[in-house]
Design a protein around this ligand. Structure first.
Ligand SMILES: [Fe+2]
Length: 264
């Protein structure tokens, strides 16, 4: 089957980008399942139910999560409902609302999708997170007897070392390990020796002439002069779309992976 993983959809510009790109791309590449990172879709912070619906209307079948997933209370019922295709990271401490993995039907069977948060993520580095390696081991063990056509693990993290190591750690056990959160794509998409597709970071969808989607005007005074500024999302200028396309086999492993980057 052909799985498309779309990088962080950043704000209203990100939504416009996927609305423009997904219909044609999915047709052109015979995509069976579109998974996209939704933690930044609502003004950069979290996901409102309306924006979740807009992601789905644009062609996204399943939304992964990251450090902003729990920012908006109104999305928690969807995060907690196994039938709603949206998750938050699985390695939040027990008792955290929402679910960190779910199944979705695609490609003639069930696809297991999991999000994990890196243990060192920007300002959230001091928050208590469960070890993502322990958590994914537990999920894969608990789900090992459930028939599935593919397993996609999203790793939302800051450290390239963590993002590379988890690919190796899961090689041969899952279809794909896709890193995100940086918003800058890496050039290392490949099928690992055990037939797991991996990329350190898939990049983002949204404004190109910006600091990860945020205006330079709100970032530079903070950095240069130590001023307290609010992040304002860039609404003008060039756009970018970043994704990876993974082709999987009947064993639920990867046979090919390709980065897709479009700018205009
Ligand atoms: Fe993030």
């Amino acid at each position: 089957m052909n799985l498309l993983y779309v990088g962080d959809v950043m704000g209203a510009v990100g939504l416009e980008v996927i609305e423009r790109e997904l219909p044609g791309l999915c047709k052109e590449r015979s995509v069976d399942l579109v998974i996209a990172q939704a933690e930044n879709v609502s003004d950069g912070k979290g996901t409102t139910p309306a924006d979740f619906k807009r992601m789905q209307a644009a062609g996204v079948d399943f939304c992964t999560g990251g450090n902003w997933s729990l920012h908006r209370q109104e999305i928690i019922p969807a995060l907690s409902d196994p039938a709603q295709p949206i998750i938050r990271p699985a390695n939040y401490p027990s008792g955290t609302p929402g679910l960190g993995w779910k199944y979705i039907n695609a490609g003639g069977g069930q696809v297991l999708v999991v999000s994990l948060l890196g243990q060192i993520v920007g300002k959230d580095a001091d928050k208590p997170m469960d070890n993502p390696l322990h958590v994914i081991d537990r999920i894969l063990e608990d789900q090992k007897d459930v028939p599935k056509v593919a397993t996609v693990v999203n790793f939302h993290g800051d450290y390239s070392s963590e993002k590379v190591v988890i690919g190796h750690y899961l090689d041969g056990r899952v279809t794909a390990v896709v890193g995100d959160h940086w918003h800058v794509p890496t050039a290392d998409a490949r099928v690992l020796p055990g037939d797991t597709a991996h990329i350190t970071d898939v990049g983002m969808c949204g404004a190109l002439d910006a600091s990860l989607g945020v205006t330079y005007g709100s970032i530079i005074p903070r950095w240069h002069d130590g001023r307290q500024t609010r992040n304002e999302l860039e609404a003008t200028g060039c756009r970018q779309f970043n994704a990876v396309l993974v082709q999987s086999n009947e064993q639920g492993l990867a046979v090919a992976v390709k980065s897709i980057r479009r700018t205009w």
